[in-house]
Structures are given as C-alpha cells and as structure tokens.
Design a protein around this ligand. Sequence first.
Ligand code: NIG
Ligand code: FE
Length: 422
Amino acid sequence: MHIDLLIHSAAQVVTCAGPPGPRRGPAMADVGIIPGGAVAVHGGKIVAVGPSDDLRATYTAEAEIDATGRAVCPGFVDPHTHLVYAGDRVGEFEWRIAGASYLEIQASGGGIISTMRATRAASVERLVAESLPRLRQMLALGTTTTEVKTGYGLNLDTELRQLEAIAALDAAQPIRLVPTFLPAHALPPEYAGRPDDYVDLVVQEMLPAATRWHAESSFDSSRTPLFIDVFCEQGSFDVAQSRRVLEAGRALGMGVKAHVDEFSALGGLEMALDLGAVSVDHLDVTGPEGIALLAASPTVAVIIPSVTFNLGGSHYANARAMIDAGVALALTTDINPGSSPCPSMPLVMAISCRYQRMLPAEALLAATINAAHAISLGRQIGSLEPGKVADILIIDAPDYRHLAYEFGGNLVGTVIKQGVVL
Ligand code: NIG
Ligand code: FE
C-alpha cells in the first residue's frame, strides 16, 4: 500500500497504547515501547505501528523520515489552559517575591481581576495577536491539542469575545483547541458582595448564550465539545454556587470540569465527582479520602505542578498516592498570566518527576493519553494506534525518559500534526 508518510528506524516508538479508557495504577508505568519501531501515516491518521522491517515491507511512502537514534511518541495534550488573555502580571511576580501570596494579591484586586480589566479592553483581534505567540511556543514544545478556557471576561460580552478568540486561534494555527466556558472564575467587581446574583447571571444568561454560540461555531461542526468549569475556592465560589454553575452547564449538554482543592478543600471535589465531572483539576490539598473517591470514579484528576513551582509552594498534589490508589492522573501546564506562565508540557513532566515522584513513564502517559481523556478525546488522540489522529513527536534523544530527565531546553525535534510535518 502507498501511504503519505513513513517514520522508521526509531530508537524507540513509544505508543502509549492500551485498552480503552485512561491508564491507572501499574498500567501507568507501561508506555508500550517498540524498539526499532515505525509509524505509518495516511490521510492524517495512523494506519500502522510496528517494527520497521515489517512496515517497510508493507508500505511505500510519499515521504519518509529516518528516525535513527531518536524516540517517537504521541503529541502532548494540554488539558487545562487559560491562554487567551491580554496583558501580563509581571508586577505581581515581584510582589510574590517580596512575600505577598497569590490569594492576598487576588483579595487586593490584583490577580484574575487585573487580567479581566486588560481582557475587557481588548478586541478579538488583540486577544488573538497576544495569544498566538503562546500557542507557537506550545507547539514547538510538542503540544498538539490543548483545552482553552474563558474566564477573564466575567461579563457576557467579553466571555463571548474570548470564545470568538478561541475559535479564531483554532483556525489560525496547527494546535487543535478545545473550548471551556469559565464565567465563574472570579467575582467581577460590579457584583462585589453579591456572588449569588452573579451566579444567577451566569446560569440564566451566560451559559445559554455560550451553548448557542457553540452550536453555531466551527467547534460544533468538528464535534469538539464545550466544557463548563468553575473556580471553587475561598474568595472565589463556594460549593453551593459552584454546583449551581456546573449543574446548569451539564443540563445544557456541557462536559463538567472544576478547579478544586487548590488552596483549600471546601468539598468541591466531592460535589464535582457527584456531578460526573470529566476532570477535576489542581488537587494540591486533596487528602486520602478524596484520593479514594477519585480512584473509584471515572473522572480524570488533572494536577498542575507548574503552579506550585511558580508560586514557590511546597504543597504539591500527592501524585504518588493517587497513582498507587488507581486514580487516572493527567498533567497540564495551566498556562495563564498569574499562577503558571508556562507553555511547556516537558517542564511540567520534569517537575512532576522531581517533586511528586512520578516516573517518566507515568509523566508521559499523564501528558498524552490520560490528558486526552481529561478532555473527552481519548478515542481520537493521545496514543500511537491505528485509527488515531497522526499527532506525533520525534524527540532528539534515543529514550523518551530524556523528556523529563533533561529540563530547560527543548528536545522536541519534529512535530507532526494530523499527518503534516511542521
Ligand atoms: O488554574 N486557579 C484559578 N485559575 C487559574 C489562575 C488564573 C490566574 O491567576 O489568572 C489557575 O491557577
Ligand atoms: Fe486553571
């Protein structure tokens, strides 16, 4: 058979393949290595994965890549980002160095509200222009699919403008974007002291508008889901308010996500699991009871060591206990201007191995197939298996473990997106 592309003679093809569903427990240490492997690609999809001799005997290809001495793995999936915003918060970085905490800065009117002001003042074109360089960096670092949240508009107009920017960015560059609506990210100043009134607005006007927008967007035609998310935290939204937002989104057909247990365990984790969340994210202060609940649920736990690292914290999510208990664990950058100005999945993997005692294999699966399941795309992307989208990385090292072992550089030599060599 004649195909578009054959990648062959790789030192290792790391398939991340396995049974349907996210990897858990001991299966998180098995990345599925084919020494001397090859990947056959046609029509943007993977058609075969196996030993180079076999595939070279079966296929002739329009283009070939000799991957001698290099590892080949799936493109990274970043399942939690806030990459569409205007401005920056480099001043707050210095305040934190001087001793202010993230929540103190937020309580004094900085933080998310400061980015809200800049984002409300920005046009769609401006948001696209400021966000595109972040996506370019992510692509160069191996991310081929990313979730993107709204949450810096905090009014109907600007939240919809952020959705417009996400759609425009999806069309403007190779990374596939998956939108999440996050109008309850912080309480906008015009609702100060009236959080329940803001939740009324979210539930009654903003969520229906976002659903209508999605139904008419390119995301609906490409069968890309729309998620609902909420920041359940002290100083943000309590459990009852968060539940109202998520229930309303779910009733409109949105997949449920939630920021929970970042600084305080309010009960948001239990609430989100009760609603059948696709993912719960942060989990830095989740204890043994929460971990047991997670392990017994189908929900993917998305942890964010780059936030703890960036905030100079010491309360990293207990990833080791989570994996050992059988939790389906994923990693993310959470790229945003405050808690994690970080585009790099390999850096997140490197931190997780050092501070959370994750093995490189566990970090890779958490950054690929499990991250894909965290955005409900685990059947399309996240592993090198026939039928999946051909999102493939060629690593400038003979062993995938170098992705986490080295840090501060970029070992992603070649990115292939939907069969196209970039
Ligand atoms: O996931 N925790 C809430 N939201 C983001 C931070 C956003 C910001 O600081 O601008 C997060 O860490
Ligand atoms: Fe976040």
